[in-house]
Design a protein. Sequence first.
Lengths: 342, 339
Amino acid sequence: MEPLRFIAEDGGTSDRLPFSPEELVRGYRAVARARYFDERALTLQRQGKLGVYPPYRGQEAAQVGAALALEPRDWLVPSYRDTGAALTHGLPMSQIILYWRATPAGWRFPDELRVLPFYIPIATQLLHAVGVASAGRYQGEDWVAMTFIGDGGSSEGDFHEALNFAAVYSAPMVLVVQNNGWAISVPTEKQMRNQRIAERAAGYGIPGVVVDGNDLAAVWHASRQAVDRARAGEGPTLIEAVTYRMGPHTSSDDPNRYRSPESTAAWEARDPIQRLRAALGAMGAWDDEREQAMLAELADEFRAAVQEADDAPEPEPEEIVEHVFESMTPDARAAWEVLRHG
Amino acid sequence: MVETSGAPSAAASATRSMTMVQAINDALDVALAQDPRVLLFGEDVGMGGVFRVSDGLRDKYGEERVFDTPLAEAGIVGYGIGLALAGMRPVAEIQFAGFLYPALDQILSHLGRYRHRTRGRFTVPMVIRAPYGGGVHTPEQHADSPEAVLAHVPGVKVVIPSSPERAKGLLLAAIRDPDPVFFLEAIKLYRSVKAEVPEGDFQLELGKARIAREGNAVTLVAYGGMVEVCLKAAEVAAREGVELEVVDLETLTPFDADTVLGSVEKTGRAVVVYEARKIGGFGAEVAARIAESAIWSLQAPVLRVAGWDAPYPPFSAIEHHYRPDARRVLEAVRQVLAA
């Protein structure tokens, strides 16, 4: 299975490119915004102004391209690394900063937004995405649920159970596997014998497609087709986006302990943002002036987000025992009093 | 749509004689009829389930609302969580409580944590039913009592009824509860008794223990299949003029300490009875609560009568030595009365 690609590493575009320059500009803005956030978030972390943070540098096109295919009524079910996808589906920057500051104010996402919280236990979110997808059918809704996993996560049992449930119930679900080469320190070749994760879709009787995960147009197009299929009642799709995790697993990880800088450098040339920018430049749809204006806007947005996060209330100890059940149990009530009044 | 919470309804006037299986089926029927968000699913649930608990419901409510799942317990629980997150009221069946273990990741990582980690934005109003316990010569691993494992999970409720009437009223309360509830059904009680059960809508209150029999000499604390055993022990003791009080916990978590402590303060003696392995069982929590809050009322040490320090035995001829019976309960009663 050869990965679907519309934009080559040098920015050259295929004749079959299924997007207008205007659409690609929209895509570029979204992917550049995701990178901007990721870079600044890691800097905040290094300054001690964010907790542990899992960067997604290198995977922006895989995440953003997929999320661009969603409508606001669709659900996004992200793992902890899928901040770029969540950002694209409408999660505000300030919320993400507060989330990774591990403060309660960041953990209640806006009510109208259909983004589930970031998932830590690997692959467990996939089953929830199937359930969320099916739930629409009972309510006369045509929403689609999109969820994400990595190459490592495809080894989990929940990966299998979720694909099987989705297939059996023909659930309107799209599963995007970001094959980024590494599960912390374990390379993909130690994770599985097969070359292509998308090939496994055949085992569930559903379509599987491979895309160049660093080509925004390829990811977006494949995702749009999968979302359309799902919405039309034709069931789930497995998309494998071949990409690379350029940075550490999290801000606590040092990838030099398990992989050579050279292996990472080879992927610099395939950078998803530079590639798209080169393509847009060649089309005459983007230039330095527009780039500078966009960066200034992003700087403003990020600064405002940090300010908003800084202004959020400090958590109180008694919040620990709140929101366990709708009504507080007698034990939680007693604990609340102790935490509140010492 | 119905209210998701609220006061328990008054008992309907008409009653009908039912087994616990029939009472649970009746509760599911009421819930499916009243609330279009209620869905029923699990392995073999479509044809009625291996214990016939969902008999006739697929025919009545259709394949979309009462359906079979692939044979995968983590899938059943995880799928249900997703349905609940997006507005449904899933009622999942795990065929036997001993088959629940593949789903523990979903239960421990998500089921009880969702409301807390989203600060109330998302909730999981889901019920997971499972038959549990021994006493009917089931094959290996069909007789486990994992309630302590489940009761240790924050954010989930654990409910275990002791009779057909209680099963119906508590299950309807569980389905209407805004939070996840485990509903464990003692296999031994499924068909062993028939009793009068209110017809139509009938809801009891979660989080409340009840006095199943009043007495003054010793408090027996039990739940599920052990309530029957304790009532039997109390009958025998009464013939000798000793009145035992039987507290039926019904809801293990949230734990109703007041009812248990009130009884122990009255009798001054307590025996806790459960059929799971004694060490680390839910009865240990009950005994600890009594020690923490009612020790000055005690005339004797709190004793536990429970499963031995071994897996539930798959050996039919001797399995009755594992599950507590009235004789073992009365031995403990004699000990606390002699102290």
